[in-house]
Design a protein around this ligand. Structure first.
Ligand code: PLP
Length: 453
């Protein structure tokens, strides 16, 4: 990263005047970092500072920053075929090849891909696939979507309604009708001594029975709840949930926007528990964030229903950029790199090592739990270890301390629940992060927590 950068005050001032940022509040944006370049797990800002990127930007830069192969793939495709419609009747080679590749990597019941350009759009599409499916099968009232508290599925209107972190709803309600939420499989915060996996799956069954199975289209679930605080379910949860979905004819949508493409040490997350969803949303890691791309993979059972439809019941869902050739070419180059460099296996091995490092911080009085899987990890902060009283506000102080030490860190703020939980520091470094950098993250986090306490 030897580029020459000049920090331009007028750029920051122009940003303040003209740009609305995600989750915008002027106070949060008063001293914004303006990123100018990146390499591997490092980001560089316009004022010449370097930071370790402990979240792969937004859980998406799986292969790490600055891979020239992806830039070359984008340039080559843009020169050959920049864009063309992929609406029915048209197609392009990168979209075809990437769909085939993803179907090959995903669960063995999967059959076809619909491409989007974001995680929220993938989930919006998944909800529509589910409703379409039941309407085609003569069950037009199966429209409801169940999600779990602490779930994050994006913030377009229906996706926001499935997202169950209340601060995303407060200023935008009401949520879309026919979306409801149940308890998450959150072992550290599960009330009572029972198995959180079985208990949380039974909460889904109760909701289905209460609503009436003939009204429920689908449940959407991240294999590991990411933005909600890297909540890893007990091994009992997904097998039991699959059983319940089968019993009541409810589709299981795996939201693998974070867990997809190697993040958890397998290509896709539900593989850890031997469970196959009916639909799988993906985005982020499919291009490692180099270009916006997402999609939904659907099972053969759903695909057949689309292929058999009469003309007046065709799948009238669309987007201009579905199957964008340049994004798909970058997706193919990204998967090639992951494959050739063994990044999925690396995520498992290095993830275990990284988590073992974070575990050494467990002795600090405010560290309630260290958890994770593959290259996903979290530290839940508490005020008191015995009672697990949630720490509120400590996370933001740790983040500020870490920033001073050259580490970009993200916190999921304490939430009232149910169940209530404390600030959670979340980690998802690039799968390619060198061991020394992972060790440095652990060291800085330890120092930052102690300084913040
Ligand atoms: N689903 C999950 C699990 C996510 O973590 C996210 C974003 O973090 C989304 C969906 C939404 O993706 P996007 O921000 O691309 O709309």
């Amino acid at each position: 990263m030897d580029d020459v950068v000049s920090y331009d005050e007028s750029l920051a001032a122009s940003d303040q005047r003209h740009l609305i940022h995600p989750l915008h509040h002027p106070k949060d944006h008063a001293n914004a970092k303006i990123f100018v370049s990146a390499q591997g797990a490092m980001l560089r800002t316009a004022d010449g500072r370097e930071y370790i990127d402990s979240l792969s930007a937004l859980w998406n830069v799986n292969i790490g920053h600055g891979r020239k192969e992806l830039a070359a793939a984008a340039a080559a495709q843009m020169e050959k075929l920049d864009y063309a419609s992929a609406y029915a009747g048209y197609s392009n080679e990168p979209a075809i090849k990437l769909a085939e590749r993803i179907v090959g990597l995903a669960y063995d019941n999967m059959s076809a891909v619909y491409f989007t350009t974001s995680g929220a759009e993938s989930n919006e599409s998944a909800f529509k696939f589910a409703r379409y499916h039941w309407k085609r099968l003569g069950k037009p009232n199966k429209v409801k979507v169940i999600s779990r508290r602490y779930g994050y599925h994006g913030v377009t209107l229906a996706a926001m309604s499935a997202t169950s972190l209340p601060n995303y709803h407060k200023m935008f309600g009401p949520t879309v009708p026919e979306f409801l939420q149940v308890a998450p499989p959150y072992p550290y915060r599960w009330p009572g001594n029972g198995d959180a996996g079985i208990g949380a799956a039974e909460a889904v069954e109760e909701a289905i029975l209460q609503q009436g199975p003939d009204t429920v289209a689908a449940i959407i679930a991240e294999p590991v709840q990411g933005s909600g605080g890297v909540i890893v379910p007990p091994p009992t949860y997904f097998p039991k949930l699959r059983e319940i979905c089968d019993k009541y004819d409810v589709l299981l949508i795996a939201d693998e926007v974070i867990t997809g493409f190697g993040r958890t040490g397998q290509w896709f997350g539900m593989g850890h528990w031997g469970v196959k969803p009916d639909l799988m949303s993906f985005a982020k890691g499919v291009t490692s964030g180099y270009l916006p791309l997402g999609g939904v993979v659907i099972s053969k059972r759903l695909h057949d229903v689309i292929l058999d439809a009469p003309a007046d019941e065709k799948f009238m869902h669309a987007a201009t950029y579905s199957g964008h050739p340049v994004c798909c070419a970058v997706g193919l180059a990204n998967i090639d790199i992951m494959d050739k460099e063994g990044m999925v296996e690396r995520a498992k091995v290095q993830g275990d090592r990284f988590r073992a490092g974070l575990e050494t911080l467990s002795s600090l009085p405010c560290v309630g739990e260290v958890r994770g899987i593959g290259m996903l990890a979290a530290i839940e902060l508490v005020e008191d270890k015995g009672s697990r009283a949630p720490a509120k506000g400590l996370g933001a102080k740790v983040v500020a301390q870490a920033m001073d030490r050259g580490l970009l860190l993200r916190v999921r703020a304490a939430a009232d629940g149910p169940p209530p939980s404390g600030d959670v520091l979340v980690f998802a470094p690039p799968l390619s992060t060198p061991e020394a950098t992972l060790d440095r993250i652990v060291q800085i986090v330890g120092e930052s927590i102690q300084a913040a306490m």
